[in-house]
Design a protein around this ligand. Structure first.
Ligand code: CUA
Length: 337
């Protein structure tokens, strides 16, 4: 009886030690969405149970090793024990109840995480090798940065133009794959103003590790101001004709992952000195690169693959590049000599 009491006290002590130790490590990033609160609540409960189970196994094990070790001169066998019905029923029924309870709480929790707010703002997300594009249908704008108003649910409708990518902002906790040929969705209610990073969490090719996008959560007023700014910018761009500076911005957003502008070889050929250069295609054809060639290469990359490079499935239209954007890009390429 005294031994059982000692073990029980030690189990409680080790449970607390493990639980508070794990909590103090601060392994979780900031909790920045309503979904994160639900998920972390359940996760915390699981950590408590895990700490207890760890103590329940390790404490009796180590205690037995010390208390019941063979003493000098002891040569006989231990006591033979044949079954214990009460114990066996106990260790079957109690875990069953625990698992079923967690299954129920998990389902409840998933319900909260997926709770639908009919007022949710829709953002269309396109993932491509290797970048992100966000469209705001309600405002007719698009962006490479994900701006979100705080305390409002956002419904992300997601598509991929090539392979599987995965939408993941660690601070929001939720994660959802983008699957080619299918539309997937996820809902997030940001609760903390701040800057975060959207990361692709599905291995999607050589530049996967750099497939990030900034996420900026701001107040409703700041969000509206940002929308207006984007709308004015887009209208001005449309009115002014091709522009090399805007082309450079688009290069940095859409093209940089594969094409260098300093002559180094990337996933695709460098853009340095591209205009007027002799191009050799993989079928042996050679010609001088002109504007028409560049536009065709962006719009239908598979139609003319440069020798020594893999054919790529970049889809300019799907990622939201308009003809005006492509004209800006050509203008930018003209400056790379
Ligand atoms: Cu996209 Cu990894």
């Amino acid at each position: 009886m005294r031994r059982v009491l000692i073990v029980a006290v030690l189990v409680i002590f080790v449970t607390l030690l493990v639980y508070f130790g794990l909590s103090a490590l601060g392994l979780m990033p900031a909790q920045a969405s309503a979904q994160a609160e639900s998920i972390d609540w359940l996760f915390n409960l699981e950590i408590i149970v895990i700490s207890f189970l760890f103590a329940l196994i390790v404490v009796p094990l180590v205690y037995s090793l010390v208390a019941f070790r063979r003493k000098p001169g002891e040569t006989g066998d231990g006591v033979h024990v044949e079954g214990n019905t009460g114990l066996e029923i106990g260790w079957t029924v109690i875990p069953l109840i625990v698992v079923l309870t967690f299954a129920y709480m998990g389902a409840e929790n998933l319900g909260q995480v997926r709770r639908v707010d009919p007022q949710a703002m829709q953002v269309r997300v396109t993932g491509y090798q290797w970048g992100w594009q966000f469209k705001y249908p309600a405002y007719g704008i698009r962006s490479q940065e994900l701006y979100l108003p705080v305390n409002e649910q956002v419904l992300f409708k997601m598509e991929s133009t090539d392979v599987i990518h995965s939408f993941w902002v660690p601070e929001f906790r939720v994660k959802q794959d983008l699957v080619p040929g299918r539309e997937t969705e996820v809902r997030v209610t940001p609760l903390q103003v701040g800057r975060y990073t959207l990361r692709c969490s599905e291995l999607c090719g050589t530049q996967h590790a750099y497939m990030n996008a900034p996420v900026v959560v701001v107040s409703r007023e700041e969000f509206d101001a940002w929308v207006t700014e984007r709308q004015i910018e887009a209208a001005a761009a449309l009115a002014s004709g091709p522009d090399a500076d805007r082309g450079k911005e688009k290069y940095l957003a859409y093209c940089k992952a594969c094409h260098s502008i300093d002559g180094s070889k990337g996933v695709g050929p460098t853009w340095l000195g591209l205009l007027g250069e002799e191009v050799v295609l993989d079928d042996g054809t050679t010609f001088i690169a002109d504007e028409a060639y560049i536009l065709r290469s962006i719009k239908e990359p598979a139609s003319q693959v440069v020798a020594g490079y893999p054919p790529m499935a970049f889809n300019a239209e799907a990622v939201g590049l308009t003809d005006a954007d492509l004209a800006d890009l050509v203008e930018f390429i003209k400056t790379l000599k």
